[in-house]
Design a protein around this ligand. Structure first.
Ligand code: CS2
Length: 484
């Protein structure tokens, strides 16, 4: 079959040979290619050719290897209940593999045409403590980057070195645009990068604080990992072989704090001055439901989120979590109908075209729980309001990270703290009275306040006890009876 490439693709409304690199993006994975690269493709198509993206992978060469032979083009397959439509995206103009040549990436970040360095490196990529948002200055990659500043490994290390190099060359700084699901993502990354710069030199720390803009964003699009079945289906639909298409939903949303001193593309995003209410609503309703469902659903034997939603008792739990426990903690963003938002979320979760695996979402729970569930729990405790559903979500994570499922099979737990989690779980055994406090003692996740609040510890321990004794399915079925 003919391969997708500039010569075989007839549908791009602009010629990617005549664009300038305005953006360097760290973490050119599926989410970026379905989200920001799509918004940027539309800008190029409208005729503003200044904003092509040069991507970088901070770890594996696989994206570069797949896309290089097709002139960096790829297919975006968007689905909803009515079916799937395919388009080719041309805004990505290359992918560098950082570990192969860190200097080449620093040089790219120093191109005079580059005005924005954006990031999707996942929560763990910022080398911070999830509970506090502070740089973890003992993180192995940070220790490495402090001793080898011109060949960094971490995203903060690349940002600091490129900021320093641009300053030394008299170039204007770039704007740093975080597109990960971190709480207060702009401020968090500003803190992490500012601290690393300061550890290199107080003058560099001061320069970052004074001159680098870190606009916050709320990003939203569901993007499951691409499978071989997706590749085959998309090739059949388009008639062109694409080694790494991206599968997503029709829905997309991007809210951005409008703070770009060096200019920005005219993305079809929502530009606002205060991002916080949008972000909190999304992280707590969408991602909070996603994570809770992924642990409970995985343990109950559900492979995908759509499968979870077909399980009436689990779908009931999700609705209860959103309506009875999360909504009261939100400040409604201007112009938002929260009921319609929640209704739309349930429809998105049911999307039959997405095989979004519970195992994929279950990844990196230690980095996700604080902003997805624990912040909500803190707010509910302040209101002296019930936290039963939220506590069950946390307990399901605890059961999951023991690494053994309900039938005795191993769970492939992926998490930067996985060894610590496993060691604590093994020492405690499958006993909620021991396992819950053992995991709650990790203050990088839970802080000091939550483990000291007996309303929280009691609720989590009771939920974990039920999960251990009765299994996940029985536990959320009982939940439906007791929380109709
Ligand atoms: C998911 C998110 O994998 C996960 O943890 O919850 O990637 C989710 O699909 C996106 O945030 C949706 O915008």
């Amino acid at each position: 079959m003919t391969r997708l490439s500039l010569s075989t693709c007839k549908t791009l409304p602009y010629d990617p040979a005549f664009v300038d690199i305005g953006i360097v993006h760290l973490g050119a994975g599926a989410f970026h290619r379905a989200h920001m690269a799509d918004y940027t493709d539309a800008v190029l198509a409208k005729g503003d050719r200044r904003w092509a993206i040069l991507g970088a992978s901070l770890r594996a060469p696989d994206t570069r290897d797949a896309l290089k032979g097709q002139d960096w083009l790829y297919t975006l397959a968007e689905s909803d209940e009515s079916g799937e439509r395919c388009r080719v995206i041309g805004s990505l103009r290359g992918v560098l593999v950082a570990p192969e040549n860190p200097q080449a990436l620093i040089e790219a970040m120093c191109l005079p045409s580059v005005k924005i360095v954006s990031l999707t490196v996942t929560e763990k990529g910022y080398c911070h403590d999830p509970a506090t948002g502070e740089l973890n200055d003992q993180h192995p990659d940070i220790l490495h980057d402090l001793s080898h500043p011109d060949s960094p490994r971490s995203a903060p290390g690349f940002l600091v070195e490129a900021i320093r190099a641009r300053k030394a060359r008299g170039l204007p700084p770039f704007t740093v645009l975080c597109c990960d699901n971190l709480p207060a993502n702009g401020r968090t990354v500003a803190k992490v990068v500012g601290r690393l710069a300061e550890l290199r030199s107080p003058a560099l720390g001061a320069y970052v604080a004074e001159h680098i803009a870190f606009p916050a964003t709320m990003v939203d699009r569901i993007v499951p990992a691409t499978t071989d079945a997706d590749r085959a289906r998309i090739a059949a639909a388009t008639g062109l072989e694409d080694q790494w298409p991206v599968v997503t939903e029709v829905f997309t949303d991007w809210v951005i704090e409008d703070n770009f001193p060096q200019g920005r593309p005219d993305w079809a995003a929502r530009f606002v001055t205060d991002i916080a209410p949008f972000e909190t609503m999304k992280l707590r309703l969408l991602n909070g439901a996603h994570s809770s469902m992924s642990y409970l659903g995985y343990l109950a034997g559900h492979e995908t989120i759509a499968d979870c939603m077909k399980d009436e008792a689990l779908a009931h739990f999700v609705r209860h979590l959103m309506n009875a426990e999360v909504t009261s903690t939100l400040t409604v963003p201007p112009g938002t109908d929260v009921s319609a938002y929640k209704q739309a979320l349930l429809t998105r979760f049911r999307n039959p075209g997405l095989r979004h695996r519970t195992w994929q979402i279950a990844m990196d729970g230690s980095q996700k729980l604080p902003q997805r569930l624990l912040g909500t729990i803190r707010d509910r405790l302040k209101e002296s309001a019930p936290i039963d559903a939220l506590a069950l979500g946390v307990a399901a994570w605890m059961r999951y990270v023991t690494g053994v499922d309900e039938t005795g099979n191993a769970i492939d737990v992926r998490d930067p703290l996985k060894d610590e989690l496993r060691a604590k779980a093994d020492a405690a055994g499958l006993d909620a009275q021991r396992l819950a406090p053992a995991l709650l003692s990790i203050d990088r996740i839970f802080g000091r306040d939550l483990p000291a609040d007996h309303r929280f510890t009691t609720a989590v321990t009771a939920a974990l006890d039920s999960l251990i004794r009765h299994g996940s399915r029985k536990t959320y079925e009982n939940f439906r009876s007791t929380h109709p």
